[in-house]
Design a protein around this ligand. Structure first.
Ligand code: C2E
Ligand code: CA
Ligand code: CA
Ligand code: CA
Length: 279
């Protein structure tokens, strides 16, 4: 038919074809990257009101042989679409837990928490819980120091399954943080039902918190919501002393952002991120 013909034409659209070719190339390279250990974990400090590091977030990078150090923005979406996010996510989790075990052996770092990003596809995989448990068994990590960061994109379908999986891991003492909070589709009723431990105020609200009264109101609302629901709240993307002060004055107790430290390889992590005191 005519419409089928049009659909077929769309498939031969040269820009579409170029895009498909590019994706296939990324796929192939990423598959190799996993084999050749080209992925690396960077760690960004999470600090308390005294700017002392209380934990880190693990953030993956790809040390590409030709293109240099690639940001996750350049390959995570594609990894989600191709399914490579499953081995990639598993690699990240194992690496992060191995690091946590090393820190546990030193008194100065024994209390640090490790936040690991979990993509929706990874979480939805039927074996997800088993895979996390397997990494926990293999590394001997102290599960209460492991925090899994999930996003609202997970919550659009199958809430019961999400809750069940979270519960299963929570009985092992793994904790959960809701990342990029406020940017997705979540309704407040989800929050009540989800076995969460933490909310992260998205950096898009932190960026203009001093100048945009709407952003300030949203940030304040998330902080208050966290307090009422007994969830800790992290403000991410804190870049200035002013933003830090503003959020701290409104009851936020945990912070993450360039003000305290960019994501860095483990050897470059400072223990104290105090550049100057919060007054
Ligand atoms: P995210 O989880 O929201 O991580 C925070 C991002 O904000 C990181 O970007 C971090 O470097 C950046 N950031 C932190 N502080 C500041 C700041 O003060 N100012 C600004 N402008 N940016 C700041 P990054 O490392 O490029 O990661 C981007 C996204 O990629 C992450 O966003 C996360 O969604 C995803 N990602 C990273 N690592 C992983 C991973 O291991 N697994 C999965 N599934 N996703 C990951
Ligand atoms: Ca995150
Ligand atoms: Ca985030
Ligand atoms: Ca984000």
């Amino acid at each position: 038919s005519k419409s089928a013909g049009r659909n077929t034409m769309r498939f031969f659209d040269p820009t579409m074809q170029a895009l498909v070719a590019q994706r296939t190339a990324i796929d192939r390279e990423l598959r190799l990257a996993l084999k050749r250990s080209e992925l690396v974990l960077f760690y960004q400090p999470v600090v308390d009101e005294q700017a002392q590091m209380v934990g880190v977030e693990a953030l993956v990078r790809w040390q590409h042989p030709r293109r240099g150090l690639l940001s996750p923005m350049e390959f995570i979406d594609q990894a989600e679409q191709s399914g490579l996010i499953l081995p990639l996510g598993q690699w990240v989790l194992r690496k992060a837990c191995e690091q946590l075990v090393q820190w546990a052996a030193q008194p100065a770092t024994a209390q640090l928490t490790m936040a690991v990003n979990v993509s929706a596809r990874q979480f939805r995989h039927p074996e997800f819980v088993e895979q996390v448990l397997e990494v926990m068994r293999a590394t001997g990590v102290a599960a209460h120091l492991l925090k899994l960061e999930i996003t609202e994109s997970l919550l659009v379908t199958d809430m019961l399954e999400v809750i069940e999986k979270m519960q299963a891991l929570r009985t092992m003492q793994v904790t959960f943080s809701l990342d990029d909070f406020g940017t997705g589709y979540s309704s407040l009723s989800y929050l009540k039902r989800l076995p969460l431990d933490q909310l992260k105020i998205d950096q898009s609200f932190v960026r203009d918190v001093l100048t945009d009264s709407h952003d300030a109101a949203i940030a304040q609302t998330v902080i208050t919501l966290g307090q009422s629901l007994n969830l800790s709240v992290v403000a991410e993307g804190v870049e200035t002393h002013g933003q830090w002060q503003f959020l701290a004055q409104r009851g936020c107790k945990l912070f993450q952002g360039y003000l305290f430290g960019k994501p860095v390889p483990v050897a470059q992590l400072p223990l104290s991120c105090l550049s100057w005191p919060l007054v």
